[in-house]
Ligand binder design. Structure first.
Ligand SMILES: [Zn+2]
Length: 386
């Protein structure tokens, strides 16, 4: 059997799967993959304080090598529907371009990989030389609590072992073939609180102003760059995202000042090393009647890198063959579910062009879907030929 990536993507786009709703998207994938000979599991994960989320795991083949494709069928909300040229959940093709929420992030990537995998399997009499799997979550754009992280754990407990993973997030800045992501920077968020003593501005000796102390801490943290970048990473950066005092009066020294910051860091640092560095700067803050402390937000992540080698080389060469562009190996951008997958197997990311992701009129040229399917198809062929 063959599956058309354009039709499959258009049908996925017509499923209103805004996180955490399944919207029919996983049911469509289940039916499509089952018809192609895959064994499909639908698993729902729960956790107090977060909505239940449905996920899908599918596999064909019973031995290695084992190539797994990861992605998410959930999408961000469309925003003002009236601002869209076409209904964001209609999957309309207009002048060679397919419109819809999730077109590039990332139902298009899923449609292309499913089509490529089914085509490969059909060309090999229904039996691939190794195993092909799909790890598809419905919780990537939301809290990411009941999604990939739990699906990976569930699969590991069933005895699933993966050799390599391709995550189909939109990685290309301008044209298909621009960029493969081979790692991601880490992310750390901190909240620094300085408490003093409230008082009258005309009698500062009776008060303890927390503001100069907070500013001194922030100056200490920002007066030098964290590093100059490494072989595969940009320089780390620290951004102060908020300074809050909440004082509307002109004659009051406030009691408390709070600052928030986020660091996107490369492989020269770790969450632990940065937490210690910030704690040291906070501990060094002094002032009579002043107390400074730091708290670290949940959901911080470490940086990671999938070192260039045979797998990355093969993917890079295949993309260049199809698109004529030699993709850059990059670790730029925000975090993705690759931060969870890297604990199980080497993972790289390659998908569509990201320009319209999360935007009004999210869309993908049909030609890009055709080319991405051809790329994935050749990658699968080569992966199992080696
Ligand atoms: Zn995405």
């Amino acid at each position: 059997m063959t599956t058309d990536p354009i039709e499959l993507t258009a049908r996925l786009l017509s499923c209103p799967s805004v996180t955490p709703a399944e919207g029919g998207a996983l049911a469509l994938l289940e039916a499509t993959l089952r018809a192609g000979g895959f064994t499909v599991h639908r698993v729902t994960f729960s956790e107090a304080g977060t909505p239940d989320v449905e996920n899908l795991y599918a596999r064909i083949g019973s031995h290695g090598p084992h190539l797994v494709f990861a992605g998410h069928t959930d999408v961000v909300p469309p925003g003002d529907v009236a601002a869209w040229r076409h209904d964001p959940f209609s999957g309309t093709i207009d002048a060679g371009v397919l419109y819809g929420r999730g077109a590039v992030d990332m139902k298009g990537g899923i449609g292309c990989f499913v089509a490529a995998a089914l085509d490969h399997v059909a060309a090999h009499g229904g039996k691939p030389r190794g195993s092909i799997s799909f790890l598809i979550t419905g919780d990537e754009e939301g809290p990411s609590v009941n999604g990939t992280v739990k699906l990976l754990d569930w699969a590991a407990k069933r005895g699933e072992r993966f050799d390599h993973c391709i995550l189909g997030e939109p990685t290309n800045p301008a044209a298909l073939g621009d960029m493969i992501k081979i790692g991601r920077r880490g992310s750390l968020s901190a909240i620094i609180t300085v408490e003093g003593r409230q008082g009258h501005v005309a009698y500062p000796h009776l008060a303890a102003n927390p503001i100069p102390v907070l500013l001194a801490i922030l100056a200490r943290l920002t007066d030098q760059p964290l590093d100059a970048g490494t072989d595969h990473f940009d320089p780390s950066n620290l951004v102060i995202t908020s300074i809050d005092v909440g004082n509307g009066a002109t004659n009051i020294i406030p009691q408390k000042a709070v600052a928030r910051l986020n660091i996107r860091f490369n492989d020269q640092h770790s969450t632990a090393s940065l937490q210690a560095w910030i704690a040291e700067a906070v501990a060094a803050a002094t002032g009579e009647g002043i107390k400074a402390s730091v708290a670290f937000a949940r959901g911080n992540s470490e940086s990671f890198l999938t070192k260039p080698g045979a797998f990355v080389d093969m993917v890079q060469a295949t993309i260049e063959e199809v698109t004529g562009i030699k993709p850059k190996l990059s670790t730029s951008g925000g975090t993705s579910d690759a931060r969870f997958i890297k604990n199980y197997c080497p993972v790289i990311e390659f998908g569509l062009v990201g320009q319209t992701m999360h935007a009004v009129d999210e869309r993908v040229p049909v030609a890009d879907l055709v080319a991405l399917t051809a790329i994935y198809r050749r990658i699968i062929d080569r992966y199992f030929a080696s």
